[in-house]
Design a protein around this ligand. Sequence first.
Ligand code: SAH
Length: 361
Amino acid sequence: MKNSEKKDIRALSKEELREFFLSIGEESFRGNQVYEWLWSKSVHDFSAMTNISLEIRKKLEECFVINNIKVDKMQKSADGTIKNAMRLHDGNIVESVLIPTASRTTACVSSQVGCSLNCQFCATARLKRMRNLNPDEIYDQVVAIDKQSRLYYNRPLSNIVFMGMGEPLMNYRNVLLAIDKITSPEGLNMSTKRITVSTSGVPKMIKILADKEAKFKLAVSLHSAIDETRTKIMPFNDNFPLKDLKESLIYWYAKTKRKITYEYLIWKGINDEQRDIDALVEFCQAVPCKVNVIEYNPIGDPRFQQADPTVTDRYQNALEAAGITVTVRRSRGKDIDAACGQLANKSIGEAPVLKKDLGKL
Ligand code: SAH
């Protein structure tokens, strides 16, 4: 069988692997062993599965491939942020970022190649959505970033945010499967509490996740609490208006009792007036929440200019007066285009900066 015709072994559940072994006349526990190599040990080569006989490994090789992702290029920012271009088995590239701070190291991972939403201020929107990532491709990003965290910062990864390329709720099945693996003792055994899924706000999906009693944190990229303005900057808002978004968040909170984080950018002439502030304060009354004001990272579109710091202060004062927690976040990794909304595979074709280190990963 040609490699391209073989099935990706990591698309199989543990049960399916056990059944495969029975079907070739082997004992089913071999399935558990291979599963452990594939997930908790993250092995990408059948020959490394040393407790499996040579004969069985050959058989596996005949039937399956392991479609792993590879760090194609790393760039390190002056502030320690590391941006990776990850090459998928089909040649597509996604980006994954390691963000170290004094108290934590966070992996910012992608959920899709490109993005189908058309947020006007986001660089990823310029790449059309090519395809969804598979659960193993999301998992591999986390494994690779965890290795980098240990190698460069001597500590394991502490947090994961789905804020890379793509809209996680447009690929929610695979995102959930990946989170299952990341949090399972048979995978990376990380706590679900340390995972944040960031969405532009797909009400139907937020309700489905609430029904599934998802344990991760939810962040919503709000940027405006006025429909007309939000539709201008995030055109899909026309289909998912704020009323529906708000209703889905009320539902999420009722089911999960977990606070929502709103991400918010402030631009000159777009959402820098008192009525924008009032609308946000009002929107925040719906469910317990906090607001993360992010710094805008320019992507070369003159329509978008970071608002004056005094406007941020006004937002902050008004929200705090209404009892809402606000954090104003400085962007990281800007010098290497690794900051929020700057992920657009710009590095492809440039010389790798840290190529010598890739062998260790
Ligand atoms: N699609 C998801 C996750 C990816 S975007 C979402 O929309 O939440 C991750 C965050 O970066 C979002 O809050 C997004 O609004 C923000 N962002 C996009 N472009 C940006 C830019 N140019 N500068 C700063 N933040 C940006």
